[in-house]
Design a protein around this ligand. Structure first.
Ligand code: PLP
Length: 442
């Protein structure tokens, strides 16, 4: 896009999400194109995508088979409702996603985002216990520092204070939170999963004691918390959660919106950790970010119970105009094929040791308080400036962008999660740039 056309852009009408609108509009950062590992900034500079878009472009940008599939689908069948109708692409994608998922997570409810997936999963949990004749099981348990999108369900079970506080007047009423697992005193600079912290899952037993098992429908956690700074689960923690849920008949929901589709070197975190949840939420990488889509995967017994609970007619009063959208389904099918054809999940696994070494090379950089990584994701926690939390992180973000690298920051924690097609040279560039920038943000 020529500079003149950019200069004429009116920035005011667009109310940007999760953005400091006034500051952005004073000093905008615009990208105009993307291919493979790079964006092109409005001034023509390449920007290395250190965040796979927003944890979603796992196969890299502008991939020809996905572009072609979307174009072909748009020309053939642009839209069809998913209510009492169907199209073949969406059924094909459901079958492929189910085949990729572990255990009997073999039914797929399509939505359009991670937030919708989370709220849908919570509704399915309620519907399941209604169908079983256990309507008193209606409480949810989330976890502090969890991010589950921005729907009312998601912010209620989520555990990010500023997001909850802004809407605290109307959150879901019956929700408890487990403690988070982040503890620098025990776990700073751990490589992979920390050894300390499995016992924190036992807090669920405390909640069962306090509330009564018969009141709790589901526990929802991210297997690796992403948005609050990449927190790999302590060794044995998820196993314990699974065991406690089993003991008390509570559903376990894994929110795999970030960890799904190869980020951890396996199709899902559930596969990497060898734990099958009862419901799983996905989005982002399901279409390589090219068309919005999310989904809830349900174990067979959950689907059978809900669908079998009414003699005839609609079984679950839920769905969206764009559930199972043909363009998203076509993009999803092309994406999964690309993941398979290029062996991208295995590629992520094989790059993990090199990635981890590169992450930990930042250990000697001043003001780095912790480094965490698992699969191809990493969190770099910086010391906050007294009185201005988040300022150092944001400065690092802007400076990286100016030097041709896109990172993500939450407060003073940096997250990096590149497309899985990256080469070792890109890893060197990411951590080389970060080392330079972090030395500068005094
Ligand atoms: C774990 C998790 N759940 C849910 C969401 C919400 O997804 P979306 O932004 O597509 O609504 C996100 C987004 O990053 C996420 O990381």
């Amino acid at each position: 896009m020529p500079d003149a056309a950019i200069a004429e852009l009116s920035l005011e009408p667009y109310w940007m999400p999760f953005t400091a609108n006034r500051a952005f509009k004073r000093a905008p950062r615009l990208v105009v194109a993307a291919r493979d590992m790079h964006y092109t900034a409005a001034d023509g500079r390449p920007i290395l995508d250190g965040t796979a878009g927003l944890w979603c472009v796992n196969a890299g940008h502008g991939r020809a088979p996905i572009v072609a599939a979307i174009a072909e689908q748009a020309a053939r069948l642009d839209y069809a409702t998913a209510f009492q109708m169907g199209n073949p692409q969406t059924f094909r994608l459901a079958a492929e996603v189910a085949a990729l998922a572990p255990g009997d997570l073999d039914h797929v409810f399509f939505v359009n985002s991670g937030s919708e997936a989370v709220d849908t999963a919570l509704k399915i949990a309620l519907a399941y216990f209604q169908a079983r004749g256990e309507p008193s099981r209606a409480r949810f348990v989330g976890r502090l520092r969890g991010y589950h999108g921005v729907g009312f369900g998601g912010i209620s079970v989520g555990g990010i204070e500023p997001i909850r506080k802004a809407f605290a007047a109307q959150l879901l009423p019956h929700v408890d939170h487990l403690p988070h697992t982040h503890d620098l005193a025990h776990n700073a600079f751990t490589r992979g999963q920390p050894a300390w912290g499995a016992h924190l899952a036992d807090d669920l037993e405390r909640l069962v004691g306090q509330r009564g098992a018969g009141t709790i429908a589901a526990v929802i956690v991210e297997p690796v918390a992403g948005s609050t700074g990449v927190l790999p689960p302590p060794q044995g923690y998820l196993e314990r959660l699974r065991a406690i849920c089993d003991r008390h008949g509570i559903l376990l929901i894994f929110d795999e919106v970030i960890t799904g589709f190869g980020r951890l070197g396996a199709a899902f975190a559930a596969e990497r950790f060898g734990i099958v949840p009862d419901l799983m939420t996905v989005a982002k990488g399901i279409t390589n970010g090219a068309v919005p889509m999310g989904a809830v995967l349900a174990r067979r017994g959950i689907y059978d119970t809900i669908v079998g609970s009414v003699p005839s007619g609609v079984e679950l009063f839920h769905g969206y105009t764009y559930s199972g959208h043909p363009l998203a389904a076509a993009a999803g099918l092309a994406t999964l094929k690309l993941y398979r054809d290029e062996g991208l999940f295995a590629r992520a696994a094989s790059l993990e040791p090199y990635w981890e070494d590169a992450v930990h090379s930042l250990r000697t950089v001043p003001r780095v308080m912790d480094l965490r990584s698992l699969g191809l994701m990493a969190g770099i926690e910086l010391e906050s400036r007294p009185g201005t939390p988040g300022a150092r992180g944001f400065e690092a973000f802007v400076e990286c962008f100016n030097r041709g690298l896109l990172i993500r920051v939450t407060g003073d924690t940096i997250a990096v999660s590149p497309p899985l097609i990256l080469e070792r040279g890109h890893i060197d560039q990411i951590f080389g740039t970060l080392a330079e920038v972090l030395k500068g943000v005094a």
